[in-house]
Design a protein around this ligand. Structure first.
Ligand SMILES: Nc1ncnc2c1ncn2[C@@H]1O[C@H](COP(=O)(O)OP(=O)(O)OP(=O)(O)O)[C@@H](O)[C@H]1O
Ligand code: SF4
Ligand SMILES: [Mg+2]
Length: 498
């Protein structure tokens, strides 16, 4: 973030408009459960033939449970197609759930109609992945950021224009650019506009679906830092969906790992990164470079998963990961492991978790299919990895119990390293990681940002090109959803006016 941007004063939440009836965070006690999701499912029907008979369903989200506490950031990671965006759209109620329950501040909002959802639209906002297609090119920035006020019939103190200009400075944009059009801004600036729009009504919960993945890597760190700053200043609660594990690590307090429509592990960030318990998480994490000199030669710890993600139309029986898991046994094939808390702050759905007593020790017959599906890591490597994980877990526990000045220094080092890690092309779907990344030496965050900028070029022309074009199917989907949100808002307004 530039000095200019840093200099922008972010007004306290209470300075915002009060007529909105959405002054939220000041009376929401940090740590209280803001959002509770139970058994949430979304099955998209597959229809065929003239009569459009349903012949099956895509089990995009297939029974997930989690909570989001006020003031925290829940990161959601997983391979492409595992249901992350669908989950985001369900909790913002852009999609109607097939089953399950969503409670927001203790209120059941699972099947609320348009008018019932109207107050919720202020409290729950979404930031979309693609800043190029989620902003209407025919509208000025003033109109775009001011739209939520009009849709909700809210008149901020001092008028909409003044409030929009305040929001623009909050996100580090020049308030004088009120009358400019989206094409006059860069990708990073456009994402800031999207963030300003999301913040307009002083929301409690912001769901950000891949907020930085369409951005050039050099801009990613800036937007991530902006989200961080806004959270601290405004006390926001985030659900951040991302496939870039470095980004998720940087922003999250807790992380949910999804696989084929299910949450397989949900844990505090440090526990998850330093001592993952689900084999799938372990495989994912093994692809993330860790700035720890003791793991300098971490290449050997990489776990290569073979085979494609199975189809969500007919997910595998038992544990859905059994077709790719190197630890799979018969019980994994037949019995679905429940998501249970195996350690404080760490819920895992696995019969044979890592670094923990086996949940199904009686079943030791390795499935041939699983053996073939994974390139097994040598026993000694796994043992060494288990040792490292255990040592690091102990360290996490110690650090958590007595926060010291050195923790801050480490955090700074971590931050620097993580920013630099962002240079990795964001391609999470493949657990195979191409080249080992040099461990990053601790440095100032600014230095890391500069490194990110330098490495941007190398980070993959494809991604930049995608960002520049903004023509992906997903982008179109974002726009559609943005419109859906607006439409829902305006419909709500209409019905309310009647
Ligand atoms: N409207 C829809 N109709 C039918 N199937 C859908 C629909 N939306 C999503 N799906 C399917 O649901 C599954 C989950 O999709 P989703 O977009 O939630 O995945 P994701 O985890 O966000 O993936 P990515 O990381 O690629 O964005 C996919 O198999 C997808 O094809
Ligand atoms: S339950 Fe079995 S197949 Fe599933 S992750 Fe655990 S060991 Fe692997
Ligand atoms: Mg998605």
């Amino acid at each position: 973030m530039s000095d200019d941007e840093k200099a922008v004063k972010i007004p306290a939440q209470a300075d915002g408009p009060t007529e909105q009836g959405a002054t939220l965070t000041e009376d929401a006690a940090p740590g209280e459960v803001l959002l509770k999701v139970t058994g949430l499912q979304k099955h998209f029907p597959i229809k065929k033939g003239l009569l459009q008979r349903q012949v099956g369903a895509v089990h995009a989200v297939d029974g997930i449970d989690f909570e989001v506490r006020s003031g925290e950031t829940l990161g959601v990671v997983g391979e492409s197609g595992c249901g992350k965006s669908t989950m985001g759209r369900l909790i913002t109620r852009l999609l109607e759930p097939t089953a399950g329950k969503i409670e927001f501040q203790g209120k059941d909002i699972t099947h609320l109609g348009v008018s019932g959802m109207r107050p919720l639209r202020r409290d729950v906002q979404m930031i979309f992945q693609d800043p190029y297609s989620s902003l209407n090119p025919r509208h000025t920035i003033g109109t775009i950021v001011g739209a939520p006020f009009k849709l909700q019939g809210v008149e901020p103190e001092g008028g909409i224009k003044k409030e929009v200009q305040r929001l623009l400075s909050v996100v580090g944009l020049n308030p004088e650019h009120y009358n400019r059009y989206p094409h006059e801004f860069s990708g990073g600036q456009r994402q800031r506009i999207g963030i300003a729009r999301a913040l307009a009504l002083n929301p409690r919960l912001v769901v950000a679906d891949e907020p930085v993945s369409a951005l050039d890597v050099s801009i990613q760190a800036q937007v991530v830092n902006l989200l961080d700053d806004l959270q601290q200043e405004l006390g926001l609660t985030y659900v951040i969906i991302a496939h870039d594990l470095s980004v998720v690590r940087h922003v999250s307090d807790r992380i949910a790992v999804m696989y084929l429509g299910k949450i397989v592990e949900l844990a505090d960030r440090d526990l998850l990164y330093k001592s993952p318990m689900h084999p799938y998480t372990k495989a994912l994490m093994s692809a993330v470079p860790i700035p720890d000199p003791r793991r300098k030669n971490a290449k050997s710890e990489r776990i290569l998963l073979k085979g494609d993600v199975p189809s969500p139309i007919s997910p595998p029986s038992g544990c859905r990961f059994h077709t790719r898991c190197w630890k799979a046994t018969e019980v994994c094939k037949t019995t679905e492991p429940p998501l249970i808390e195996l350690r404080p702050g760490q819920q895992v759905a696995c019969h044979h978790p890592e670094n923990f007593a086996d949940q199904a020790p009686q079943d030791t017959v390795l499935l041939t299919v699983a053996k073939e599906a994974a390139e097994l890591v040598a026993d000694e490597v796994l043992a060494e990895s288990a040792e490292t994980s255990a040592a690091l877990a102990a360290e996490v526990a110690e650090t958590a119990s007595e926060p010291t000045a050195s923790t801050e220094a480490e955090a700074e080092a971590d931050e620097a390293a993580e920013s630099a890690e962002a240079v990795e092309p964001a391609e999470p779907a493949k657990v195979e990681v191409a080249e080992p990344v040099e461990p990053v030496t601790p440095a100032k965050a600014e230095a890391a940002e500069a490194a990110v900028a330098e490495a941007a070029e190398a980070a993959g022309a494809a991604e930049s090109a995608k960002a520049a074009k903004g023509e992906s199917a997903e982008s179109a989907e974002s726009a559609a959803s943005a419109e859906a949100t607006d439409a829902a808002g305006s419909e709500g307004q209409e019905s309310n006016g009647k």
